[in-house]
Design a protein around this ligand. Structure first.
Ligand code: FAD
Length: 404
């Protein structure tokens, strides 16, 4: 399944780092095999390797070149489903706890970046979430209340506040803190490079997993390069439609993104906040360390990446116009544009946990706009499940939860 098409950005600006690669043949039995070496596989490998488990990560292609490469790199604890809406959907306790988990995951991501000395331009940012239209102001007020009542630092900005601080006006906005931006491909490769130095981790690229079979005391993994064996396996296979799991009901759509040429002076962009809006599908934009603007959105209900160059170009122009409407003073020449499949769930939460009716098989599928944050929190939940530690939060994101 093609995950993306077009001229993608991150690999172009990322120096290919040296990674100790394992040859492509199965070794001895592993404690844990992670299938997929994108952001979810790398982060879960990083957390699990700390437990001393013997781990292999297997990927059918160069790790990080799946959806991780199409990722626009906004790391936010606020979700596509606002806290106020999530409370209505799954109840206050679970919803607030989920938002807390996302905020904790932000700190955990920062810690990982620091521990490995990542060169991935991991920069702390605030987020600016504006009301797309007058009728959404009440939504924002409800969200402001839900966030502030439950201990999340948030500011409410009126139309006048916005006019004073930004080159555009909007009916209202929220500003939240504690988020970050990153070059996701570089971050992914940095984590893998760190893992490749560890004695208890093997990395296998260009090895496709064809079938897995749970036996009584292990799992057999049939791959294009032979049979691997492990006590536990984790599917961190992203938006791969050809693999389906009981209890996982994703909605696969597609989305578009652009990166501009570097812009000489970004001063009018207050604190280079990450900007997004209440409309669905939403427009979102951020800046990069080298002074570009990345913008994304225009999601479509089509379960495959756009094939035609023209389709990507047309959507790129539309994104450019939207950026230009907010910041008319910038020269937003498009340097990169791409379209990619994008997985979501009905309740806005990721699918993380043990597969129903299995003992040794797990999923880490961070569907949703906050996939990276979900991968981080999921890595901790899976670590606890696999090591037999009770994790009371596991239930919130478990498979088979049957919420619509
Ligand atoms: C346009 C776009 C913008 C996004 N923006 C953001 C954002 O701003 N912030 C954010 O947090 N998230 C964002 N996301 C989501 C983010 O990209 C995903 O959450 C993340 O990349 C998922 O990582 P992953 O490791 O699960 O998947 P992937 O990166 O796709 O990795 C899965 C890996 O599994 C491998 N694999 C699959 N099947 C097999 C098999 N049978 N055998 C061996 N290997 C296999 C694949 O080769 C692949 O490398 C965005 C996504 C898109 C498409």
């Amino acid at each position: 399944m093609e995950l993306h098409n077009g001229k993608l950005f991150w690999e172009e600006i990322t120096e290919d780092i040296e990674m100790v690669k394992t040859d492509s043949h199965p070794k001895n039995r592993y404690d844990i095999i992670i299938i997929g070496g994108g952001m979810s596989g790398a982060l879960s490998g990083y957390i699990l390797a700390k437990e001393g488990s013997k781990i292999a990560i297997i990927d059918k292609q160069k790790m990080g070149t799946g959806s991780t490469l199409a990722n626009t790199g906004l790391l936010q604890y606020s979700n596509d489903m606002m806290l106020s809406q999530l409370i209505e959907k799954i109840g206050k306790d679970k919803a607030v706890r989920f938002y807390q988990l996302c905020r904790e995951a932000m700190d955990q991501l920062r810690a990982v970046a620091k521990e490995i000395g990542s060169q991935a331009d991991f920069l702390n940012r605030s987020s600016f979430y504006y009301a797309s239209e007058e009728s959404h102001v009440d939504l924002l007020k409800a969200e402001y209340q839900a966030l502030s009542e439950n201990g999340f630092e948030v500011e409410y900005l009126s139309e006048e506040d916005i006019r004073e601080q930004y080159p555009f006006t909007k009916p209202a906005a929220l500003r939240t803190h504690g988020d970050a931006e990153v070059n996701p491909f570089s971050f992914n490769r940095d984590i893998l490079a760190e893992l490749s130095k560890k004695e208890n981790v093997d990395l296998f690229e260009n090895v496709e997993v064809i079938e897995t079979k749970e036996m009584e005391d292990n799992v057999e993994i049939l791959t294009s390069k032979g049979i691997f064996k492990a006590e536990h396996i984790i599917f961190a296979t992203g938006y791969n439609k050809s693999l389906s799991f009981p209890g996982v009901a994703p909605e696969i759509n597609r989305s578009y993104a652009i990166a501009t040429e570097p812009i000489a002076d970004l001063t009018p962009w207050k604190d280079r906040e990450m900007i997004w809006e209440t409309k669905r599908p939403y427009l979102y934009l951020r800046t990069t360390a080298d002074g570009r603007i990345i913008a994304g959105g225009l999601d479509e209900e089509k379960p495959h990446a756009p094939k035609k160059e023209r389709t990507i170009e047309d959507h790129a122009k539309e994104l450019q116009e939207k950026v230009q409407a907010l910041f008319p003073m910038f020269n937003t020449e498009i340097a990169y544009s791409w379209g990619a499949v994008f997985g979501e769930s009905a309740d806005g939460l990721p699918f993380i946990g043990r597969l129903p009716n299995k003992e040794r098989t797990y999923c880490l599928l961070g569907y949703g706009g906050n996939g990276t944050v979900y991968s981080m929190l999921g890595a901790h939940i899976l670590r606890d499940i696999i090591t037999g530690k009770h994790n009371p939060d596991a239930e919130i994101v478990q498979l088979n939860r049957n919420r619509n």
